[in-house]
Each structure stands twice: as C-alpha cells, then as structure tokens.
Write a new protein. Structure first.
Length: 101
C-alpha cells in the first residue's frame, strides 16, 4: 500500500508530521528505499494525471513557495479520507507567511 509505505517509520522520521524538509538534500528521507515514496504509483498503475500534476506544481506552486512559507496551524491533526487519491477528511487549513527577501 502506498499510503502505508509513505507513513512507515522505517523510512520516515515522524511519519505523521508535515515536514517538507524531509525531502531536502541533507536528509533525503525519500531515498531510503526506492519504493518508500511513490506519489503517483508506478509501473502499469502509474497515475495518468502525473504530467498534468507536475505542470500544475511548476505553474502554481513554485511561484507561491518562493513568496510564502506554508505551515499547518498549531494543533491541527490531519485525518485522511480513504479514497483512491487519499485526501484530507476535512478542509486543509494552511497558514501562509510572507518570506522576506
């Protein structure tokens, strides 16, 4: 299961915590095992929207992340809704803090 692999404590430190820094070069936790991070599946079951998603990330998220730091509100507990695409059970509130250059 992709959901279980992406939250397995053998691959991730504090797997339930939102921590984008785990993908940074000094830590590179996503490289501990070749199947530990498969956001779009793999092989014959790769998500057909992967290319569109990557374009969206580049067009929308990169400019946003250059200007703001995204954080979850203090005390927010993420609950996962078990759907084919795994999404939050409730709204996902984010705090955007401007990055001062």
């Amino acid at each position: 299961s992709i959901l279980l692999a992406q939250r397995h404590p053998a691959f991730w430190s504090e797997p339930e915590r939102f921590d984008p820094d785990r993908f940074s070069e000094p830590r590179a936790e996503h490289r501990r095992h070749r199947h530990s991070f498969r956001p779009f599946g793999g092989g014959a079951h790769t998500c057909m929207g992967v290319r569109f998603a990557m374009l969206q990330i580049k067009a929308v998220m990169l400019p946003l992340l250059r200007r703001f730091r995204l954080q979850l509100p203090p005390g927010y507990a993420l609950r996962i809704k078990p759907t084919p695409s795994f999404r939050p059970a409730d709204d996902l509130p984010l705090l955007l803090t401007p990055i001062n250059a």
